[in-house]
Design a protein around this ligand. Structure first.
Ligand code: PHB
Length: 563
């Protein structure tokens, strides 16, 4: 029996009334993840989690250890924070709907054309959940994040969704409003405004039904105005709502409708055609890299009693779904996860109880609620933020500073760094720039450029002698950069500064392009060149892989800036 909208909204993960077969550790683990989501990704202390969940400290510790082991959270001293891998379940949901892959590009094109933010939202119970945002970044622009949930009555898309509601949906909506008058189940909703009266929402819903559009005149936030139209599936159901969002400094809600309704409708009509096309035209096909059963078993061996296998397995069920795997039977879930049927069945019963999956008795599918686990918290994450904990680990393992940098004109610019506390440590901060040609970071980035671009770079750069061993000849540098490209790392010795040696490797995005370089810098007396290659290079490489893996997960549906 699926929960009602109100049960789901009020955090069933923490609550009672679970089916007898529900997996208690999975419920507890999701309750912890929901608390972290409510804190916008953390940090939440272990004792804070203990208080908020009412669980024993030892249970909280085991849940945190399990989630950390799976890469879903990071333990930072006594604090727990959400890690990029927790985007995987939401990514599975987004891939399984196909909406961002099919409708994201036209939404982005519309945002570019209008120079306003454009979003796609789906219904989630009596709320509205954003699945795509093409955001304009400027002072007077407001918009929500992928995965944010807003109450239907306070948004333009909500009136369009409510146009399809039946009497029991309206009843569930009333119950939710009565149970949660402050809107605490909508953490992303700006505080301090009264809920809209029912008559007003009813009236706007009638307009939506009759006219096929809805507006938001500062219902959610002063200054925010929006115009929305539905995008329908071939069977007539609403797949999502397309909105253009503006600010009262540029337009009124009525002004948006007068100026843009036709344009918005034309885009929605094009989107509807894209939804008719066969689904395998979609891009971004992706499967869980490692069979879950293997990952869980290995972790169990490593962590022993601290690892809660049933939590790992249950969460793994969420990532069984994906592009081309929107609706799965129990047998398909069991096969995709490597779980026994009975185990998969109990996980699905639990997830359905908590509102993360739904079923018609035969097929199972993910709900948009899955998106709330990590997407809002991580939607503005950056490569620098992703890299930081990895740099810290690398730096403490090699006892020297580790840095991440990108090319900026003819320099490398540091975007993240973890320094050691050595007396003779290398003194560089985020934002520092050095001539690219004389640094290990620069050389691996230059090695990734097409030859003509790199040659133009060397011809234009100021190749000055900076230290005892600086290479300054264009031909010599070109040959060295070629070698760096072949060997996959750069070792630079006293070319930037006397006594400074560094070794760098590239960090690549999902297309294979080097988006940044990672290095370890040290005093040249601390290790021989051979020791650099034997001791530091393997750790640099595994750190780069770990960053690349998280970047690949994060950048699948989010735009990840460098910093
Ligand atoms: C959005 O942020 O995309 C948004 C916000 C409020 C609305 C519609 C869209 O009513």
């Amino acid at each position: 029996m699926p929960p009602t909208r109100s049960e789901r909204g009020l955090g069933a993960a923490a609550g009672t009334g679970a089916p007898a077969e529900a997996v208690a550790p999975l419920m507890r683990g999701l309750a912890v993840l929901e608390l972290l989501a409510g804190a916008d990704g953390g940090p939440v202390s272990l004792s804070g989690l203990e208080k908020a969940t009412g669980l024993a400290r030892s249970t909280v510790d085991r849940i945190a250890a399990t989630l950390a082991r799976l890469g879903y959270v990071r333990l930072d001293g006594r604090d727990v924070v959400v890690a990029p891998r927790l985007l995987e379940p939401g990514n599975a949901y987004l891939a399984s709907t196909g909406l961002p892959a099919l409708l994201g590009p036209p939404a982005n094109a519309l945002a570019d054309e209008l120079d306003e933010s454009v979003s796609l939202a789906v219904p989630d119970g009596d709320g509205v959940r954003f699945v795509h945002q093409a955001t304009r970044r400027r002072a007077m622009s407001l918009s929500f994040r992928i995965g944010d949930l807003l109450p239907a009555e306070r948004t333009a898309p909500g009136a369009l969704f409510a146009a399809d509601w039946e009497a029991d949906d309206w009843e569930a909506w009333r119950i939710r409003r009565a149970a949660d008058p402050d809107g605490s189940m909508f953490p992303s909703m700006p505080a301090g405004r009264d809920g809209n009266p029912e008559e007003d929402f009813r009236r706007r819903t009638e307009t939506a039904l009759r006219e096929g559009w809805a507006t938001d005149d500062q219902m959610i936030e002063p200054g925010l105005v929006a115009l929305s139209v539905p995008v329908r599936r071939p069977d007539g159901r609403t797949a999502c709502v397309l909105s253009v969002v503006s600010h009262t400094s540029r337009s009124t809600a009525d002004g948006l409708r007068e100026a843009l309704l036709d344009r918005l409708r034309a885009t929605a009509a094009g989107m509807e055609k894209a939804l008719v096309r066969p689904r395998d035209e979609r891009t971004g096909e992706y499967r869980v890299p490692e069979p879950l059963a293997g990952r869980a078993a290995a972790s169990k061996q490593e962590l022993g009693r601290e690892f809660i296998e049933s939590l790992a397995r249950g969460l793994g069920v969420l990532t069984a779904f994906g592009a081309g795997a929107e609706r799965l039977t129990l047998a398909e879930v069991a096969q995709a996860t490597g779980l026994a049927r009975a185990t998969a069945r109990r996980a699905l019963i639990t997830l359905t109880h908590l509102g993360y999956t739904e079923t018609d008795g035969r097929h199972h599918w993910l709900t948009p609620r899955v998106l709330g686990l990590a997407h809002p918290a991580l939607s503005r994450t950056t490569l620098a933020r992703i890299a930081r904990p990895h740099l810290a680990r690398l730096s403490s393992s090699v006892k020297d500073s580790a840095s991440l940098a990108v090319l900026s004109d003819d320099c490398v610019q540091y975007v993240a760094r973890a320094a050691t506390r050595r007396v003779m440590s290398v003194n560089i901060t985020v934002g520092t720039r050095f001539p690219a040609f004389a640094t290990s970071l620069g050389r691996v980035l230059l090695a990734d450029l097409p030859h003509p671009v790199r040659n133009a770079f060397l011809d234009g750069a100021d190749l000055r002698v900076l230290a005892p061993r600086t290479l300054t000849g264009t031909a010599e540098l070109g040959a060295e950069i070629d070698r760096v490209g072949e060997q996959g790392y750069a070792l630079v010795d006293e070319e930037l500064e006397a006594g400074l040696r560094s070794i760098a490797v590239p960090v690549r995005d999902r297309t294979g392009a080097a988006v940044a370089a990672l290095n370890v810098a040290m005093h040249s007396s601390s290790r021989t060149r051979r020791q650099c290659l034997d001791e530091v290079l393997p750790r640099l490489r595994s750190t780069a892989s770990a960053i690349e893996e998280e970047l690949r997960i994060a950048a699948r549906f989010l735009e990840i800036a460098v910093m």
